[in-house]
Design a protein around this ligand. Structure first.
Ligand SMILES: *Cc1c(COP(=O)(O)O)cnc(C)c1O
Length: 389
C-alpha cells in the first residue's frame, strides 16, 4: 500500500485537528435519540454563529456540491434568467446546474486569474431586465482568488435579485455574514477553512429565498435536493427528512466549536496572515503568483504559475513521494498551468507554512530549478513579524 502523507496541504479536504478526530469518534447515536436532536440543534446554532447570521441554517447531508445543485433545483424554473458570474472553474460549472433546471444563463466572465468587477455586474443587471437570480463563487479555490461578494451582493439587492453564493472555501477564511453581504442562499463546506470532514453542505437561507422556493407553481419537495423538505421537517418539527451523517455532524460540531473558541475574526485573520506570508515566500523563490493582483488572492490557498520547464504533475508527485506532502494542482481548465499551496484550517499556521515552503524549495532544486537556499522560508518568516503578539 502507498505510504500515507506526512502532511495534507491540499485544496481540501484538509487535515483535521486531533480534537476533531477525537470528537468524530463519539459513540454512534440513533438520530432520534433525544440527545442527538439536542446535539443537532446545538450544531445548527453554532453554524448560525459562524455564519454570523439570524437566517435559517440548513445542514444538508452530502458534500457541498449537493447544496449548490439544491439551490438551483429549488429556485430556478424553466425560463428564469440567471446572471452567472464566472472567474474560475466553479463559476463556469454552475452554468450546468442553471441550464439543467431550465434557467437561461446570462454570463459575466473574466479570465481565471481575475475577479469579477462589481461595475460589470451592475451593467449586466441594467442591460438585462428580468434577471431573477445571480450566482457567484466567493472563493474560487482552483484559482486561489476571491470575488468581491459584499459589493456584488449589495448591487443584487438594489435590483431585487436573489443570490446563490458558493462560499465553500470562503466561510471562516473571511469574516462574512449573509445579511451584510446580500447572500440569499449561501453554501459552505466543513472541509475547507473550518478543517472538518467533507460530506455536508452548510447553508444559510434568507427569507426572500424561502419565499422564492415556496411561491413556485410546483415547489421542489420529496427529493434529496429539496431544501424545503428540511424546512418542513427539521426547522418546523425537529424531524429529519432522512438519516443524517451522524459522525460528520460530530465533526462539524467540533470544528464550529473550535472556530468560535478561537473567534471567527481571529480564524479569518490567521488565514489572511498566513496567505500573505505564503505569497511573500513564493515571490522570494522567484515564482509568480497565479492571481493577477494580490488584492484578489484567496486566504484559503495560494495558486502559483507553473514556471517554464517544470511539469505540474512531476513537481507534485516528487513533493508527495519524496517528502510526503500532498498539495493540489490545477483543476479543470487550469490543470497543468498552476499548482497550489494550501493553508486552510490548522494548516493556516507558521509551522505548516515553513515546512511546505522548505520542501517546495528542496523539490524545485531536485528538479533542476535554481533556488537560493532559504529564500522562500526566510521571506515568509520575515512577513510573520508580530505573529501571535
Ligand atoms: C471544494 C469546493 C467545492 C466542492 O465542494 P465538495 O464538498 O467537494 O462538493 C465547490 N466550490 C468550491 C469553491 C470549492 O472550493
Amino acid at each position: 500500500m502507498m505510504n500515507w502523507p506526512v502532511m495534507n496541504l491540499s485544496g481540501g479536504p484538509v487535515e483535521m485537528t486531533s480534537r476533531t478526530l477525537r470528537d468524530m469518534a463519539r459513540p454512534m447515536m440513533y438520530h432520534y435519540d433525544p440527545a442527538f436532536i439536542e446535539f443537532f440543534d446545538h450544531t445548527c446554532q453554532l453554524l448560525q454563529q459562524v455564519y454570523r447570521t439570524k437566517y435559517d441554517v440548513v445542514i444538508m447531508q452530502s458534500e457541498a456540491v449537493l447544496g449548490l445543485e439544491a439551490a438551483a433545483a429549488c429556485l430556478i424554473s424553466p425560463g428564469d434568467k440567471v446572471l452567472n458570474l464566472v472567474s474560475g472553474v466553479y463559476g463556469k460549472f454552475y452554468q450546468d446546474f442553471i441550464e439543467k433546471y431550465g434557467g437561461v444563463t446570462i454570463e459575466v466572465a473574466v479570465p481565471y486569474n481575475e475577479a469579477v468587477d462589481p461595475d460589470d455586474v451592475r451593467r449586466a443587471l441594467r442591460d438585462n431586465p428580468g434577471i431573477k437570480f445571480l450566482s457567484v463563487v466567493h472563493s474560487e479555490t482552483p484559482s486561489g482568488t476571491v470575488n468581491p461578494v459584499k459589493e456584488i451582493g449589495a448591487i443584487a439587492k438594489e435590483f431585487g435579485v436573489i443570490t446563490i453564493v458558493d462560499t465553500v472555501s470562503g466561510l471562516a477564511g473571511e469574516v462574512l455574514s449573509p445579511e451584510e453581504w446580500g447572500m440569499d442562499v449561501a453554501i459552505a463546506g466543513p472541509q475547507k477553512c473550518l478543517g472538518g470532514p467533507p460530506g455536508l453542505s452548510l447553508m444559510a437561507i434568507s427569507p426572500a429565498a424561502w419565499q422564492a422556493m415556496e411561491n413556485r407553481p410546483a415547489p421542489v419537495r420529496g427529493t434529496f435536493l429539496s431544501i424545503l423538505d428540511w424546512k418542513t421537517t427539521w426547522l418546523e418539527q425537529r424531524r429529519f427528512p432522512y438519516t443524517p451523517s451522524v459522525s460528520d455532524v460530530y465533526g462539524l460540531e467540533s470544528v464550529l466549536t473550535q472556530a468560535l473558541e478561537e473567534g471567527i475574526e481571529q480564524v479569518a485573520a490567521r488565514h489572511a496572515t498566513i496567505a500573505r506570508a505564503c505569497r511573500a515566500g513564493v515571490k522570494a523563490l522567484g515564482l509568480e503568483l497565479w492571481p493577477a493582483r494580490e488584492e484578489i488572492a484567496a486566504p484559503a490557498v495560494t495558486a502559483i504559475k507553473l514556471p517554464p520547464g517544470l511539469v505540474d504533475a512531476h513537481l507534485r508527485r516528487h513533493i508527495r513521494q519524496r517528502y510526503g506532502i500532498m498539495i493540489s494542482g490545477g483543476y479543470g481548465e487550469l490543470l497543468g498551468q498552476l499548482f497550489r499551496l494550501g493553508h486552510m484550517g490548522q494548516a493556516a499556521h507558521p509551522t505548516y507554512l515553513a515546512a511546505q515552503l522548505a520542501i517546495l524549495e528542496r523539490s524545485l532544486a531536485d528538479l533542476g530549478y535554481p533556488v537560493q537556499w532559504g529564500a522562500g522560508v526566510g521571506a515568509a518568516m520575515a512577513a510573520l513579524e508580530g505573529w501571535g503578539d
